[in-house]
Design a protein around this ligand. Structure first.
Ligand SMILES: Cc1ncc(COP(=O)(O)O)c(C=O)c1O
Length: 382
């Protein structure tokens, strides 16, 4: 099997992740923070260390404001639906947002009356800051952007957008689903107020893990209420983070796996990972460009490890099925949860086939994928 669906979930995981999760289950599978016994303390210690390591990795110095969720979607829901919006507040975002940003925003539009502007940030490397800025109004209460598009692989300049947000004193929420563990992110230097990301993609951790880092001064209403293992005498949810946003038992084995994934990423180094992915992407693009009827979307250079393409007039699902069943190549087809993005690049009707690479993919695999796509085109068009 050649796995090129890394943008959905990374696979395989480093062996240390499996080992850390097995250890958490077999050696200290107790409830963290709910008891003072040794096993509970060990579970709690893993969770505390993971918060500290994540805070340090993302240039943030308050580990207690690193809140665990079950995926990026739940982190983004908490950040958007928990934000103290009132009717008439304006949110500036892009047309390349995943549904896990767009749907909570649209929900807030219906229930609270916020106003949303989706700026089309385009397909090329170029980011038009002036056009983006021109949408800011006196009512803009949040800027939310996806750092790297899961559709086109386009990266947005967090530092530049963060500087604008800070200058205008607008809270800045970043969806780092495609970039955490791939590109450097420094919350303090980039003026990021809230950072949401999954543990199961670039950070090489298991599914069932996600994180919301909540900057100082941001007060969120919890989406869940319940046991926190602290201040149990209170009727209301405690004010303190992380408990305020973490009701119920945490996913200790998942978090142990996430810590091991993060350590593997640090050992490999972000530069090494992104240089490797860049090489595979160039190889893919150069190979696909030579095949008639194939159209590639997204920036020519400087993109994430994501390459979407279409084959003239053929439904993307059909191509993905052939790749899976005849060539044992796993890819993703369809709209990738970003329908507005597809409208922006003109692929809403048939979707795209998305090839996405990770640190364990090889150039030999990419060669085979290019050959398979050439054969598929040959089969259709002769
Ligand atoms: C840009 C982007 N945002 C959010 C998500 C949602 O992530 P999760 O599946 O962890 O909820 C994804 C997943 O593909 C994504 O690519």
């Amino acid at each position: 099997m050649i796995y090129l669906d890394q943008a959905a979930s990374s696979f395989p995981k480093p062996p240390e992740v499996v080992q850390a999760m097995t250890e958490a289950i077999t050696e200290y599978g107790a409830n963290p923070g709910r008891g003072g016994h040794a096993l509970s303390k060990r579970a709690d210690d893993t969770i505390r260390r993971t918060r500290e390591q994540l805070a340090a990795f993302f240039g943030f110095d308050l580990p207690d404001r690193v809140c665990f969720t079950s995926n990026a979607t739940s982190a983004l829901n908490q950040a958007i639906k928990g934000f103290p919006f009132v009717e008439g507040d304006h949110v500036l975002t892009t047309s390349f947002e995943h549904n896990s940003v767009r749907r909570p925003l649209e929900y807030m539009k219906k229930t609270t009356g916020i106003v949303i502007d989706y700026v089309n940030t385009g397909e090329s490397e170029w980011f038009d800051l002036e056009a983006f800025k021109s949408n800011i109004t006196d009512q803009t209460k949040m800027i939310v952007i996806t750092h790297g598009s899961n559709l086109t692989g386009k990266k947005l300049p967090l530092d530049v957008i963060g500087a604008v947000a800070r200058q205008k004193q607008i809270p800045f929420l970043v969806d780092a689903s495609q970039t955490a563990g791939v590109l450097p992110i420094h919350m303090k230097e980039m003026n990021i107020d809230m950072l949401a990301f999954p543990g199961h993609k670039g950070l090489l951790g298991p599914q069932g893990t996600g994180v919301l880092i909540v900057g100082e001064g941001i007060e969120l209403t919890p989406l869940h209420h319940g046991g926190t293992g602290s201040r149990s005498e209170l009727i209301d949810q405690p004010d303190l983070l992380p408990e305020r946003l973490e009701s119920g038992t945490l996913n200790t084995p998942g978090i142990a796996g996430l810590l091991a994934g993060l350590e593997a990423v640090k050992r490999m180094g972000l530069d090494t990972i992104s240089e490797h992915e860049d090489r595979l992407v160039s190889q893919l693009i150069n190979g696909l460009k030579k095949i008639d009827f194939v159209h590639i979307y997204g920036p020519e250079h400087d993109r994430l490890g994501v390459v979407p393409f279409t084959i003239a007039g053929i439904d993307s699902q059909e191509i993905a099925i052939i790749l899976d069943q005849h060539y044992n190549i796993a890819v993703r087809a369809g709209l990738h949860c970003t329908p507005l993005g597809h409208e922006s690049i003109g692929t809403i009707e048939h979707g795209t086939v998305r090839l996405s690479v990770g640190p364990y993919n090889t150039k030999e695999e990419i060669e085979k994928v290019i050959r398979a796509i050439a054969q598929i085109v040959e089969g259709y068009f002769g």
